[in-house]
Design a binder for this molecule. Sequence first.
Ligand SMILES: [Zn+2]
Length: 400
Amino acid sequence: MRLSEITVPDQPWTRRSFSPEFNRGRQWLTEEFKSVGLNVSTDTAGNLIGRLNGSAKKNLPIMIGSHSDTVPFGGRFDGILGVLSGLEAIQTLKENGALPAHDIELVDFLAEEPSEFGLSCIGSKAMAGKLESEQLDLTDGNGRKLGDAIRSVGGDPELLHQASRGANSIVAYLEIHIEQATRLESAGLSIGVVTDIAAIRRENIRVVGRADHAGATPMGLRKDALVTAAYLISATEELTEAANASVAAIVATIGKLSVSPNAANAVPGEVEFTLEVRSGDDAKLKAHTDGLLKRYRDIAQSREQAVHVQQVSCGTSTKSAAKVMRAIETASQNEGLQTMQLSSGAGHDAVYVSHLGPAGMIFVPCRDGRSHTPEEWVDEVGCARGAQVLLGALLELDKE
Ligand SMILES: [Zn+2]
């Protein structure tokens, strides 16, 4: 609650990356990290890192983390819960004189949410060596460059490569996060074991009809691109709902659309929209999206219009590491907590950290599945159970 209250005052709960509130949040976190005896530093990519030295001289650290930035008018748990549960777990270890063998790194990854620079997961991307130097020239609405923004939070864009860690550079990564859906809540369970994080494919779709006068053109002679787009959109829902009746979850969304000429008295001549499809199953993602695009072409052709498709991006799903899932399940069993395996439709820093070594995530239920909204809520028992399982999983992974 104390961290969430560091917000833009009239926009609770808003702590955008690179904002004054974000910097104050980081100052608060730095003090908290230090108060449990962590060595605090900021890497060249602007990730805030608290390090606890392990009792044995082991080579690789165990990493725990999440993010402290929020979306505008976001909640008090998305991201924060992961960072502070990690802190709680470390504090508990110290209070009990139970120093782990491995070093523990607690990370507040920079700018997980889509930032003013149009980029998300900036810190974890950089840690995986996947933040390109051209991206440092991306600008926000005020013309500030991302590189300068990273410098303003204590990073050094010229030495970005120093923040990048290779493959096999960690024992494991653990992240606890709110589920942002209702599967755990509906099942009455406290702990979700994430099996994978869905891949995202985005296609830019342009429907080309013909713009005409809305009063003078008879209905039978129109080539209305918006009506065609409406058929494509309803086909997307119909086909995707049917696809879910069988195997792995798949979702498709058309959330952005632009109409031209976009005037009350003009028949729409052109419509552009973005199709976004997500699934934890890469083969299914491909087959389903290809099927949708074929249907789009068939519909457009039957209406004597053209549809142009351009791929914007196509990722692959991130599988959780079996040993991390096992550690979470064992820790839950030890606490007498039943678990559920589930796939994450939302992206997380774990996607990038998985390039460093075995990664996994713990989900806890949030009330009514609400997230990215001020109503986001997890009760104290839910938070405590999550943190307890995080600690248990950490100790399991420390055994190797
Ligand atoms: Zn998050």
